[in-house]
Design a protein around this ligand. Structure first.
Ligand SMILES: Nc1ncnc2c1ncn2[C@@H]1O[C@H](COP(=O)(O)OP(=O)(O)OP(=O)(O)O)[C@@H](O)[C@H]1O
Length: 264
């Protein structure tokens, strides 16, 4: 199980935008954390820094005992990335290949390319891929083309592909943003249960407050690159989350009305 340690992490883009401002965060092994925040609050930047797709520009970031900023060799970096299972809003399946082939690709990194190609993949690897498909309820369409699936089915296949990676932590960036409410909840149920079964740390970026409250154990609310809320779900009021989506002017107005308690 991976943990995350961040001390005064900043990210300033080359154009001068300060997307993350001295973030101090600790996420323990096996925690289920939801990151919420308005558009432009820094969620994706944080996600990209944690997954090593973006360099931090200040502070200290450690994930699973590794410090991405210190990676010198490509192998170190690829091993680190392989330990983090990523789920995105868009499923990034290869559409002209079968569902099974897409899932086999999840083993890339721990297996060479030629070994994950469906016609020559070992029976052990194929069995593992079929088990992953069964886990997400998609084994009956293993031979179908990935382009024949609905959005919810594609996300399930993307999750099966991620299972093949054997990750130590799952990070999901708006995993249900393209799905209807029913399919979205099914995907969240699936992700949470996979994390529980395998004792994986789970960090997801969401836009839906209700889903965050239902599926998160802890919510981190970002506002203009800073942590505004960091609390366990049982201690969070809905009104606190709503202020994440207010402009500074609106927050000040609420403050003046005495409706919002800051820093509590
Ligand atoms: N590559 C970049 N270069 C310069 N500025 C960037 C870059 N990426 C993001 N930003 C800026 O950094 C800030 C945070 O953006 P980020 O995408 O992390 O926010 P977000 O919370 O994920 O937003 P959304 O919910 O819209 O995805 C914004 O002001 C954005 O314009």
């Amino acid at each position: 199980m991976f943990s995350v340690t961040m001390s005064e992490v900043t990210k300033v883009y080359p154009n001068g935008t300060e997307a993350l401002k001295a973030l101090d965060l600790n996420i323990g092994p096996g925690e289920h954390v939801v990151i919420l925040g308005h558009n432009g609050s820094g969620k994706s930047t944080l996600f990209r820094c944690m997954t090593d797709f973006e360099n931090i520009t200040g502070g200290y970031l450690e994930i699973g005992g590794k410090v991405p900023a210190s990676f010198k060799k490509r192998k170190e970096r690829s091993t680190f990335r392989r330990n983090i299972g990523l789920v995105f809003q868009h499923y990034h399946l290869t559409h002209n290949l079968s569902v099974l082939q897409n899932v086999l690709f999840g083993a890339l990194g721990r297996q060479p390319f030629r070994k994950v190609c469906a016609p020559i993949a070992s029976s052990t690897l194929r069995l593992e891929a079929m088990n992953a498909l069964e886990r997400v309820g998609m084994e009956s369409v293993a031979g179908n083309g990935a382009d024949e699936l609905s959005g919810g089915q594609k996300q399930r296949v993307a999750i099966a592909r991620m299972i093949m990676q054997r990750p130590r932590m799952i990070m999901a960036d708006e995993p249900i943003a393209s799905l209807d409410p029913k399919a979205g909840k099914e995907i969240m149920d699936l992700l949470v249960s996979i994390c529980r079964e395998n004792q994986l740390t789970f960090i997801s970026i969401l836009h839906q407050m209700d889903i965050a409250l239902e599926y998160g154990e802890r919510i981190i609310g970002l506002n203009q690159g800073e942590v505004l809320i960091d609390k366990g779900v049982p201690h969070i009021q809905r009104s606190e989350l709503q202020k994440l989506y207010m402009s500074p002017k609106e927050q000040k107005a609420k403050w003046n009305e005495g409706l919002v308690e800051y820093g509590v």
